[in-house]
Write a protein that binds this ligand. Sequence first.
Ligand code: GLA
Length: 381
Amino acid sequence: MKQKIQEKFKALFGEGGNLFASAGRINIIGEHTDYNGGYVFPGAIDCGIMAQIKLNGTDKVRAYSLDYNELAEFGLKEEDVPAQAWARYIFGVCRETIKRGGRVAGFDTVFAGDVPLGAGLSSSAALESTFAFAINELNKNGIDKFELAKIGQSTEHNYCGVKCGIMDQFASIFGKKGSLIRLNCKTMEYKYYPFNPQGYKVVLLDSCVKHELASSAYNKRRESCENAAAAIRKYHPEVETLSDAKRQWLEEVRTEIPEEDFMRAEYVIGEVQRVLDVCDALERGDYETVGEMMYQTHFGLSRLYEVSCEELDFLNKLARKMDVTGSRVMGGGFGGCTINLVKNELYDQFIATAKEQFKAKFGHEPKVYDVVISDGARCVE
Ligand code: GLA
């Protein structure tokens, strides 16, 4: 990938430039908790985005996507929004940097990625983080890492239509080789957890299902949570976000909110607690509990939050049947991957059976990704 990027850069823009990279992410547990002020437990992975970037002395950006074989040229003013959807991520990062008082000089770039698209591994956060990090370095803006993550998040909100939480961009900026990160999305306190489960593998099974309208469904989930939190707040003013609410308090407003909002909130309140339970279990090396919590999360995401689909439920059920330690849909949902915690000795058999049975039912095999926890945003050379 690196060589291809550098060759294309040379052909289009000549010598020079620096190579930057950032990563996609996995999340062990803590799904849809981030925008509710709860905990998440992600890590950056060994696939991501790489970009060769060089300031060009103008006030324009010329960006070439190797994956789309497409060049986009745009200015840096609010009205200069590029036509290509992929370029809007880069444009958004520029704009959000400027809004924070940062300088953004024009630049040339060629970039490519190896995060599978639509798999729930945050290819978009990888793209935003690469450019947020690089622009900060090249313009010597001195913006701190939290703010860089927020630049990516605001890009999603303001230029891509997804009202996402902070997890993906945080993981992609703060990721560290071999460590997961537990983040409190309310206080932004975080802690690295070395992750090397002895005797287990973490593997993703990609259903290769992508749902259209996922972003509007995502935004709708978020609204439901905010509605539920607002209802509870009337009686318990200390509830800023849903993560502050007790299960009992939700019960008190059951008849005041739509059933759907109740279900979404019930899931979130349970999930906030599960992240803490998983962190404790990990410190004890108790992978059985970690796995059990993953199954509980899947149940909640499927039945209460309703972001799973037939293919993911199938993979989850199969994992349970085969005594896989833990399995659940990962990321925003509406397609994408399951994340599985599998004993080494069961691994081959599980993968082979999943491929065979999934294909028999859905006509294609799931893709298999072994998880390697890696570094986040960085300057490669
Ligand atoms: C997407 C969002 C994140 C988070 C997850 C669900 O990946 O970008 O902010 O909400 O979904 O946990």
